[in-house]
Ligand binder design. Structure first.
Ligand code: MG
Length: 235
C-alpha cells in the first residue's frame, strides 16, 4: 500500500474514533426505561426544574437564584444560574419561551442560552422573523455553527430543545479529544452531531476542556422563560 493511502486511512480512522457512536454492546440487554409523555421526564432522568423551585441551581454570582417563579416557569432575572451538579456527557431537555412582548432586534430580542459545562452555548434567541448572524441565531452552537434550519416558534410560545452533548475531553497527550452536539429544536434536527473542539463560546463563565462542568442558563438582560428541564447522564 502506498504511504499516501496509509495516511488517508489513518485520518479516516482518527475521525471515526473521534466520532464513535455511543454504542450498546450486542450481548448486553438494554435497560428498560419508562418514557415520559409530551416532553416530561423519563424515569431515569435528573429533574433540574419542575416549575416549582430552583433548588438544583445557584446564581452565577453565588447564592440562590433570583429568578421569578410563577405559573410553572422561571423567568431570567439578575444573573445567570448554574446547576450545583457537574455533568459530562448528557441528554438534556429544556423548554423556553421568548417574551411575548417583542422588544429589540437581532441579538437583543429574547436572548438567553444554555451553556454546557458553563462553556459551550446553544443559543436561545427569538429568531422568529428576526435576523442576526447565522451562527448566533436560535439553536446555533454560538459562534461556531448555525442551525440546519430555523425551527423557531412565535414569541411567547413554548419551544423545546432536546440536546445530546458529548464533552470534549483532555487527551493524555494534552490534545483535546473533540466532543459533539446533536440538537433537536421543536422536534426538528438542527445540529447533526457537530464537533465540539474545546473552544468556549463568547461570554462563557469557564474555559478549558474538562470531563465535567455545570449547566448554565444565561442572563442576557431579556426576560426569557424556562420550564421542564431534565437531564440524563450518558457516562
Ligand atoms: Mg445567548
Amino acid at each position: 500500500m502506498k504511504s499516501g493511502s496509509l495516511s488517508l486511512l489513518s485520518v479516516a480512522a482518527l475521525a471515526a474514533l473521534s466520532f464513535a457512536p455511543f454504542a450498546q454492546a450486542a450481548d448486553t440487554e438494554p435497560p428498560v426505561v419508562t418514557p415520559g409523555t409530551h416532553g416530561s421526564a423519563p424515569s431515569d432522568a435528573i429533574v433540574l426544574f419542575d416549575g416549582k423551585d430552583l433548588s438544583a441551581w445557584t446564581s452565577e454570582k453565588g447564592g440562590a437564584p433570583q429568578w421569578k417563579i410563577e405559573n410553572g416557569y422561571a423567568e431570567v432575572h439578575g444573573s445567570g444560574i448554574m446547576t450545583k451538579e457537574q455533568f459530562g456527557d448528557i441528554q438534556l431537555h429544556v423548554e423556553w419561551a421568548s417574551p411575548a412582548e417583542v422588544k429589540g432586534d437581532g441579538q437583543g430580542r429574547g436572548n438567553s442560552g444554555v451553556y454546557f459545562q458553563g462553556r459551550y452555548e446553544i443559543q436561545v434567541l427569538d429568531s422568529y422573523q428576526n435576523k442576526t448572524y447565522f451562527n448566533g441565531q436560535a439553536a446555533s452552537f454560538y459562534g461556531h455553527n448555525a442551525p440546519l434550519v430555523n425551527a423557531c416558534r412565535k414569541p411567547g410560545e413554548w419551544q423545546t430543545y432536546d440536546i445530546v452533548f458529548h464533552a470534549p475531553k483532555p487527551g493524555a497527550d494534552g490534545v483535546v479529544v473533540p466532543g459533539s452536539f446533536t440538537v433537536i429544536h421543536n422536534g426538528v434536527l438542527v445540529q447533526d452531531h457537530i464537533p465540539v473542539k474545546g473552544d468556549a463560546s463568547t461570554a462563557a463563565k469557564f474555559s478549558g476542556a474538562t470531563p465535567t462542568g455545570p449547566l448554565l442558563l444565561q442572563d442576557h438582560g431579556n426576560p426569557v422563560h424556562y420550564r421542564n428541564i431534565w437531564v440524563r447522564k450518558l457516562n
